[in-house]
Design a protein around this ligand. Structure first.
Ligand code: HEC
Ligand code: HEC
Length: 275
C-alpha cells in the first residue's frame, strides 16, 4: 500500500486490518468447517472447471459456448454425463465432419479429461449419470444355484435382445444397414459400460431405452447375453472380422505375398542393373 500517503495510512490502517482479519477468518471458516464434504466438492468443482476449458477448445465450435447449441451441433444441456462418456469414450466426439454419422474411432482424450468433460456437461443440467460396474454386470455365480440363475438371466437377455435390438443390430449383434446410408454398428468389442450408456442416451437413430423400459437388471442380462455371444463366436469360427480362426491363414498370406514381393523387387532391380 505504498501509494497511500502516510496520513491516510494512519487513518485507514486499523479498520482495514480489522476488515482483512474478518475476511481471513470468514474464508478460513467456510473452507474448513464442513470438512467432510468439502474435499469431494472442490474436486468436482475443479473437474467441472477443467471440463469447461477442454470444452471451449474442442467442442464449443459446434455445440456453442456453454454447450447451449450452435449451427453445427445440438445443445448438450441435460444430455447427462453418460452421453458425454459414451460419445467421447468411443471416439465419436469430437466429430470430424458434420452431415454424416459420427463413426467410432480412437478417443483423443484421457480418462481424466473425459471425466472432466462429463462433469462439466452434467453441471449444466440433470441427465443419465455414468454407471458403476454393478449397474450393468450380472453377479459372478458362486454355486450351482447361482449358475442356474445366471443362465436364466442370459436367456432372458437373449430374448430382450431379439425383441428390442436385433431389428437394427442383426441377430448376432454384427450390425446392419439403415435407410439413408446410416448403419447400426457391430456390438462386438464394445465395452460393457458403453453398451449401458448407449441404451440410456440413444445416440443418433437409436431410441433411448430408459429405466422404465429396460431396468438395470434387464440391461445387465442383455450385456451378459452379448458377452456369451461374443465368446461363442470366437470359439466357433463364426466371426468375420476377428483375428480368431482367421489368424493363421492371415499371417500365411502376409508372409507368403510379402516374400513374393521381395523376390519380385530383387529380380526387377537385378534386371535394371544388368541392362
Ligand atoms: C464438428 C462438430 C462437432 C464437434 C467438434 C463436436 N461435436 Fe458433439 N455432436 C455434433 C453433432 C452434429 C451431434 C449430433 C449428431 C450425432 O449424434 O452424431 C453431436 C452430438 C453430441 C452428443 C450427443 C448428444 C445427445 O443428445 O446424446 C454429445 C454428448 C456430444 N456431441 C459431445 C461432444 C463433446 C464433449 C465434444 C468435444 C470433445 C463434441 N461433441 C465435439 C457435432 C460436433
Ligand atoms: C432403430 C435402430 C436401433 C435399435 C432398435 C437399437 N439400436 Fe443400437 N444403435 C443404432 C445406431 C444407428 C447406432 C449408432 C449411433 C451412432 O453412431 O452414433 C447404435 C449404436 C449402438 C451402440 C454403440 C456401439 C459402438 O460402436 O459404440 C450400442 C452398444 C448399441 N447400439 C446397443 C443396442 C442395444 C443393446 C439395443 C437394444 C436394447 C439397441 N442398440 C437398439 C440403432 C439401433
Amino acid at each position: 500500500m505504498r501509494f497511500l500517503s502516510a496520513r491516510r495510512r494512519h487513518r485507514f490502517t486499523k479498520p482495514l486490518i480489522l476488515l482483512l482479519a474478518l475476511f481471513v477468518i470468514g474464508a478460513f471458516y467456510t473452507s474448513f468447517a464442513p470438512s467432510s464434504k468439502s474435499t469431494a466438492q472442490t474436486e468436482t468443482t475443479s473437474s467441472v472447471k477443467e471440463g469447461e476449458g477442454l470444452f471451449a477448445v474442442g467442442c464449443a465450435s459446434c455445440h456453442g459456448p456453454n454447450a447451449a447449441g450452435g449451427s453445427q451441433g445440438p445443445s448438450l444441456v441435460g444430455v447427462g454425463a453418460a452421453a458425454v462418456d459414451f460419445q467421447v469414450g468411443t471416439g465419436r466426439m469430437p466429430m470430424a465432419n458434420t452431415g454424416q454419422q459420427a463413426p467410432r474411432k480412437n478417443t483423443e482424450y484421457s480418462e481424466a479429461e473425459i471425466k472432466a468433460l462429463s462433469d462439466y456437461v452434467a453441471s449444466l443440467g440433470a441427465g443419465p449419470a455414468i454407471p458403476s460396474k454393478g449397474d450393468y454386470t450380472l453377479p459372478e455365480p458362486k454355486n450351482a444355484k447361482e449358475r442356474e440363475d445366471r443362465e436364466k438371466a442370459v436367456a432372458q437377455g437373449g430374448e430382450l435382445f431379439r425383441t428390442n435390438c436385433s431389428a437394427c443390430h442383426n441377430y448376432a449383434g454384427l450390425g446392419g444397414a439403415l435407410p439413408e446410408g446410416k448403419y447400426a454398428p457391430t456390438l462386438q468389442g464394445v465395452e460393457d459400460k458403453h453398451i449401458y450408456e448407449a441404451l440410456r442416451t440413444g445416440p443418433q437413430q437409436m431410441p433411448v431405452f430408459a429405466k422404465e423400459t429396460l431396468s438395470d437388471q434387464e440391461v445387465a442380462s442383455i450385456i451378459g447375453y452379448l458377452t456369451e455371444l461374443r465368446e461363442q463366436q470366437s470359439r466357433g469360427g463364426l466371426n468375420f472380422g476377428g483375428l480368431g480362426p482367421v489368424g493363421e491363414g492371415f499371417w500365411f498370406w502376409i508372409v507368403g505375398i510379402g516374400g513374393l514381393m521381395v523376390i519380385a523387387t530383387w529380380i526387377a532391380s537385378k534386371g535394371a542393373r544388368s541392362r
